[in-house]
Each structure stands twice: as C-alpha cells, then as structure tokens.
Design a protein around this ligand. Structure first.
Ligand code: NDP
Length: 434
C-alpha cells in the first residue's frame, strides 16, 4: 500500500490473490523464497503516454494512454485495451495482474498485460474515434508485436476500434502482422466465435457449477448487468440453454422485462445503433426502465451474471441476492463483486464463479486467434466453440481440483487463484531471477 498509494483496485485484486495463496506458501516454501511474490506483484513495465487528437470542432484534445506488461513468464503479454473515463494506473494494474493468472488458467502460452485510455468513446463521431485510435496506436506500436505483446478489446474497444488500430499499426510497421491484435474482423484475420467467446464461456462455466449440484439453466431466471459484448452473448447462450433473462443494463440504468428480454432488440440498439438501453421500453412497453444501475440486483433471480464493470455488486447487493434465493453467480466482468460480497456468497453456499475463471473464454479464443494467424488458417465457428467449451470445462476441473488439494473444497476463488499461480510461479522459478 505504501509503494502503490491511491491504487485501491490494484490492492483489492492483490489481497484476493494473496489470501488464497496462504495454503500454497505454507506447503511449498520455495514460493516464499526467490522473491516470487515480490516479483509477481511488480509489473515488468508500465508505460504511460500522451494521446493528442483533434475533435470535430478542430479543438486539440489530450488523453492519457497506458499499457501494463505485467508478466511474461509463460508467453507474450496478452490482454485487452479499455477506453473509459475511469481508466487510471490502478485500474490498468488490477486488470493486468488478474490477467496474468487468468491467462495461465486457460492452459495456453500467454502472459499477462492490459492497457487503455481515459478517453470516453460515448457521443464521439466515427471520425473522432478513428483519429483518437490512430494517435493511440502511433505510440503503442513501439511496445507490441505478435511475439511480444498482443492487445485486444475490453470496455469501449470493440471490432471498430481494433480495426482502426490494426490499420494504423500496419501502416507504420509495413507488412501484415495479423497476430499483433486479436478481436479483428473476420475478413482480415479475426477468429469466428471471438465475439461470443467471453459471454458463452461464462455461461459454460456456470453450467458446470450448476450441473455439479444437479441444477441447470433450463427454466431458470437470470439477471445480467451490462449490455455490451460480454453481457449480450452471455444472455444469448443462457437463453439457448433454456433460461429466461429478465433484466440487463447500461451505465445509465436497467430494463426489467418479466416475460423475458427480447435479445434481438438489445443487440440492435447496442451493437448497431449504439443507443441507450432506455430505448428498449419504447419498443416493448410492457418492460420497465429504471434510471441508475445498482438496483438491478434487487430483482429476484436464480442466476446472476454481472457483466458490466468492477465493484458493481457490494455486500448489501449480495445479501439481497442471497435473500431472494440466488443459486449461482458467474463473474462475466472483471472483479464485479467486492471482497465482502464474495465472502457473503461463499458463506451462504451460493455457487460462485470468479472472473479469472468464468470470463477466461475471451482471452482463450484470442489465443486461438493467434494460433490461426500463425498457421494462416481459419477454423469454423463450431471448431472454435467446441475448443472454447472444452477449455472452460478444463478451467472448472482444474479450479475444483486445486480447491480440494489446498483445503478449500468448492471454493473456486481459492482454486482458480492457486491453479493460475502455480504455473506462472514454476515458470518464473525455472527462468531464474529476472
Ligand atoms: P463493453 O464496452 O462492450 O460493455 C460494457 C457494458 O457495461 C456496457 O453496457 C456499459 O454501459 C456497461 N458499463 C461500463 N462501465 C460501467 C459502469 N462504470 N457502470 C455501469 N455500467 C457500466 O465491454 P465488455 O462487455 O467487453 O466488458 C465488460 C466487462 O467484461 C469488463 O469488466 C471487461 O473487463 C470484462 N471482460 C471482457 C472481455 C471481452 O472479451 N470483451 C473478456 C474478459 C473480461 P454503456 O453502454 O453505458 O457504456
């Protein structure tokens, strides 16, 4: 805390991991020696840079860009870029730290990184988005490459932004290094099923948890926060598995449709028209719109999938969900539940799928995109989806196994943290003090 003041999100992520690692450190002193913890907590580097651009009125604007290259023990740095006004060093470091363990859990050879900017894409024209992303890449290109660091999307960064960044990278570097970014359009090196991967993967993971207790999505009531990339495809897969999704949100408020949300309307409004979720009720007057997001968790449900942003479920929301009979939580977003909320869920015996396991499907398919780019080959949607499904089952099994081996059976927070840590720590030990 002394070394990184004002980084509350980073402290929160570190505390969650370190608490989980106590049984590993007790059983295997080698992980307490060799400076493993000290090194794993310190990013290999954190790059910050100026991003100047010109808005449609001709005014010069300046944002701040970030890239954290957290850990490359098991592969090139890999992790998304977030464009949101809340972005700062603490947010980027918490995301990059988490990403290191998540990427390890996928079983693929990718290290941890993350980046972004405090640029707010809301209300910006297409031209402004392009000029900003080009300026961002004009600095970022110096630090990335298919075998060095491979960024992707996150909040505020989707196929459009990745496309502009890829174009600018190609223009500066020359050649066609497809593997430098993932989440690309299908026509120029993107992977089928990457758009769906995080949401689908989250539902596959929650399904494994439910099945272990003889439960399923069939006939269940589901509340999802957000209406972005992760939320939309989590809703789609949950619907395909027989669930009724009654609520979703954006950063202004939420919609509640007791008969079940019409997903195609949400997709059109958010993906195509880039409108607010409040517009939904104009087309479906039986639904209600409520300004503000927090009360979405007052809606009774069997399964809650927080898929918007960090710290959206606090202890009081968690207690309300428990009181209303929630059976399972799947963290689609990164760190959407506070430490107190997680504690409340675990104590109440609610099935809890932590982010670094439950939302690892996105980065897993990004790694599959890198493989396809290296092979100059494309797998079909079903091939990628089958691989994703197998990866999510594997993450679930490995997390359960680690939770049992280290004395916390069923606690997948502990299980995922330990399983992710061991592979990275072993690779660091093998590579010496670097
Ligand atoms: P998007 O930008 O596509 O969607 C984000 C959604 O969350 C939007 O509906 C947005 O509302 C809402 N939101 C954003 N910030 C806030 C806030 N402060 N309060 C309330 N709602 C908010 O992002 P993604 O779907 O890609 O990402 C969502 C989460 O999932 C993030 O935590 C991200 O790190 C995580 N994640 C994403 C992966 C991916 O593959 N995309 C992979 C793994 C994790 P609005 O439309 O108003 O902005």
């Amino acid at each position: 805390i002394k070394r990184n003041p004002h980084e509350s999100e980073f402290h929160q992520a570190v505390k969650e991991i370190l608490d989980s690692l106590i049984p590993v450190l007790t059983k295997h002193p080698k992980y307490r020696q060799n400076g493993i913890l000290e090194r794993i907590l310190e990013p290999e580097r954190l790059i910050t840079f100026r991003v100047p651009w010109v808005d449609d009125q001709g005014t010069v604007r300046v944002n701040r860009g970030f890239r954290v290259q957290f850990n490359s023990a098991i592969g090139p740095f890999k992790g998304g870029l977030r464009f949101h006004p809340s972005v700062n060093a603490s947010i980027i470091k918490f995301l990059g730290f988490e990403q290191t363990f998540k990427n390890s859990l996928t079983g693929q050879p990718i290290g941890g990184g993350k980046g972004g900017s405090d640029f707010d894409p809301k209300g910006k024209s297409d031209g402004e988005i392009m000029r900003f992303t080009q300026s961002f890449m004009t600095e970022l290109y110096k630090y990335i490459g298919p075998d060095i660091d491979v960024p992707a999307g996150d909040i505020g960064v989707g196929a459009r932004e990745i496309g502009y960044m890829f174009g600018q990278y190609k223009r500066i570097r020359g050649g066609f290094e497809a593997g430098v970014l993932t989440g690309k359009g299908i026509g120029y090196g993107g992977s089928l099923a990457r758009t769906e991967a995080t949401g689908y993967g989250c539902v596959y993971f929650v399904n494994e948890m439910l099945n272990s207790k003889g439960l399923s999505f069939e006939g269940s009531t589901v509340v999802v926060s957000g209406s972005g990339n992760v939320a939309i495809y989590a809703m789609q897969k949950a619907f395909q598995l027989g669930a009724k999704i009654v609520a979703c949100s954006d950063s202004n408020g939420y919609i509640y449709d007791k008969d079940g949300i019409h997903l195609e309307t949400v997709r059109r409004l958010k993906e195509v028209e880039r409108k607010r979720i409040s517009e939904y009720v104009k087309e479906h007057p039986n639904a209600i719109y409520v300004e503000g997001c927090q009360n979405i968790w007052t809606i009774p449900c069997d399964i809650a999938l927080p898929c918007a942003t960090q710290n959206e479920i606090d202890e009081s929301s968690a207690k309300l969900l428990i009181l209303n009979g929630v059976q399972a939580i799947g963290e689609g977003a990164n760190m959407p539940c506070t430490l107190e909320a997680i504690d409340a869920f675990l104590k109440a015996g609610v099935l809890f799928g932590p982010a670094k396991a439950a939302n690892a499907g996105g980065v897993a398919v990004s790694a599959l995109e890198m493989s396809q780019n290296s092979m100059r080959y494309s797998w079909s949607f079903h091939e990628v989806d089958d691989k994703l499904h197998a990866i999510m089952k594997n993450i679930y099994r490995n997390s359960v196994r680690a939770s049992e081996e280290y004395g916390a059976p069923g606690n997948l927070v502990v299980g995922a943290n330990i399983a992710g840590f061991l592979k990275v720590a072993d690779a660091m030990l093998a590579q010496g003090v670097i």
